[in-house]
Design a protein around this ligand. Structure first.
Ligand SMILES: *[C@@H]1O[C@H](CO)[C@@H](O)[C@H](O)[C@H]1NC(C)=O
Ligand SMILES: *[C@@H]1O[C@H](CO)[C@@H](O)[C@H](O)[C@H]1NC(C)=O
Ligand SMILES: *[C@@H]1O[C@H](CO)[C@@H](O)[C@H](O)[C@H]1NC(C)=O
Ligand SMILES: *[C@@H]1O[C@H](CO)[C@@H](O)[C@H](O)[C@H]1NC(C)=O
Ligand SMILES: *[C@@H]1O[C@H](CO)[C@@H](O)[C@H](O)[C@H]1NC(C)=O
Ligand SMILES: *[C@@H]1O[C@H](CO)[C@@H](O)[C@H](O)[C@H]1NC(C)=O
Length: 404
């Protein structure tokens, strides 16, 4: 592990919410926000905004070692991403030995984690970051290289807490066909009982509709199967996740899976849509590329403060698809300060004009807005009635509207 460290401790950037002043123009009868059911929130104080960080799985599936993790933590800081809010460095499957020790404890694979998990957690904490680990609500993890936690929930939660772990991604393989509510609730209680705040990320793949029950169990829940690094997969995850929008809110988020931005099989415009939609939908922003060697396009996408600020807005209302005309779509959602976030998207194969009328996005048509283009970093003042843009195939525009 590389122990060279930067001198400054890191804290989350405080994202400044722009105060809007003046009359909102937001139609008070709109459904967004009002239809959210009361949720019995998991009381661990975490996830007031969607989690941000990195996980090895999308770029390095099953290829973990402490050097990679240490270097990734270093890169998170040196690139400035940590200061933008990316805080969790998360390990996925294959970090442990296949067998528990004689006391039944999970044992890190000594070949790839020779310093042990406590030392690794200490290193990550010394960088001002947090560490996440992976487990499975079954008898064996998905890659079959390490034990699951079914029947060992309290023991494993205590092990994680003793190492200083801050986050658990909990998968659903080899689960014996038993109730996910029971299995995930058991681990949730075990984590709470450790007394250490541990973010609980349910990876149940959306099979038993976790949005409807996981608000009291975890801080986020997968609504889909695994994402792949291509447009069709990415966009289908966004669509599936959209169905559950009303269940998301501070403390618990819908999770359409981790980001593929920067992994190389999509175009920059595809990735711009990916990052725009995940941000608007208040999805977890868990990077999945090799952040030690990001190209400039990737860095520009994932470091856009204005887009991240939409994701981290204190209102915590998931933006939704509000209009679809063939391949042309408008996604939108309210932000604090009477502002509104809008994504215009062309899913088709040829250039087209996409229009969002104020009525499409729940606004009073007589109210005038200033429109901030979050990717161009430019503002158009006094916009009336509608936003429109000419978009190439798979291109997206993202705006924040503020009452003028
Ligand atoms: C431990 O890591 C080594 C090195 O990558 C690997 O060969 C071995 O299969 C791992 N053990 C398990 C149980 O995954
Ligand atoms: C899983 O199912 C098998 C076969 O039914 C059973 O023997 C085993 O005890 C179960 N394991 C757990 C942890 O429930
Ligand atoms: C890369 O993209 C192509 C075209 O969309 C797709 O067919 C292929 O499956 C993708 N590869 C991966 C690893 O997702
Ligand atoms: C990437 O950005 C840096 C800093 O803005 C610049 O110096 C460098 O030339 C860029 N690299 C490429 C390949 O565009
Ligand atoms: C988009 O709208 C502009 C202005 O109305 C028009 O000139 C252009 O032809 C349209 N482009 C497409 C692809 O429809
Ligand atoms: C729209 O705003 C105007 C001017 O503030 C107001 O008179 C009107 O009642 C509003 N319409 C709706 C539907 O809220």
């Amino acid at each position: 592990m590389d122990h060279s460290s930067l001198s400054l401790p890191l804290f989350l950037l405080v994202l400044v919410a722009v105060s809007a002043g003046a009359a909102s123009g937001i139609n008070q009868n709109r459904k967004l926000g009002k239809s959210r059911p009361r949720r019995d929130l998991l009381d661990n104080g975490l996830g007031r905004t969607p989690q941000m960080g990195w996980n090895n799985y999308n770029h390095f599936p099953g290829k973990l070692n402490e050097k990679l993790i240490g270097q990734t933590a270093n890169a998170m800081v040196s690139t400035g991403l940590a200061a933008l809010g990316y805080e969790y460095i998360n390990l996925d499957d294959c970090w442990a030995e296949l067998n528990r020790d004689s006391q039944g404890n999970l044992v890190p694979n000594a070949t790839i984690f020779p310093s042990g998990m406590k030392a690794l957690a200490g290193y990550i904490h010394s960088k001002g970051l947090k560490i996440g680990i992976y487990g499975d609500a079954g008898t064996l993890t998905c890659a079959r290289t390490m034990p699951g936690s079914l029947g060992y929930e309290e023991q494993d939660a205590n092990t994680f807490a003793s190492w200083g772990i801050d986050y658990l991604k909990y998968d659903n393989c080899h689960n014996n066909g038993t109730s996910p509510q029971e299995r995930y609730t058991k681990m949730s209680k075990a984590l709470l009982a450790t007394g250490r705040p541990i973010f609980f990320s349910l990876c149940e793949w959306g099979q038993a509709y976790p949005a409807t029950w996981a608000g009291s169990v975890g801080n986020s829940w997968r609504t889909t199967g695994d994402i792949k690094d291509n447009w069709g997969s990415m966009i289908s995850k966004a669509d599936q996740n959209d169905a559950w929008a009303s269940y998301a809110g501070p403390g618990g988020w819908n999770d359409p899976d981790m980001l593929e931005v920067g992994n190389g099989n999509m175009s920059t415009e595809d990735y711009r849509c990916h990052f725009s939609l995940w941000s608007l939908a208040k999805a977890p922003l868990i990077l999945g590329c090799d952040i030690r060697s990001m190209d400039n396009d990737t860095f520009e996408l994932v470091s856009n403060k204005e887009v991240i600020a939409v994701n981290q807005d204190e209102l915590g209302i998931q933006g939704k698809k509000v209009k679809k005309t063939g391949d042309l779509e408008v996604w939108s959602g309210p932000l604090s300060g009477n502002r509104v976030a809008v994504v215009l998207m062309n899913r088709g194969l040829s250039t087209a004009n996409v229009t969002a009328e104020w009525s499409d996005i729940g606004l009073n048509s007589s109210v005038i807005f200033d429109a901030r283009d979050l990717w161009e970093h430019s503002t158009t003042t006094s916009v009336q009635n509608q936003l429109d843009a000419t978009l190439d195939s798979h291109a997206c525009k993202m705006y924040v509207l503020t009452p003028h």
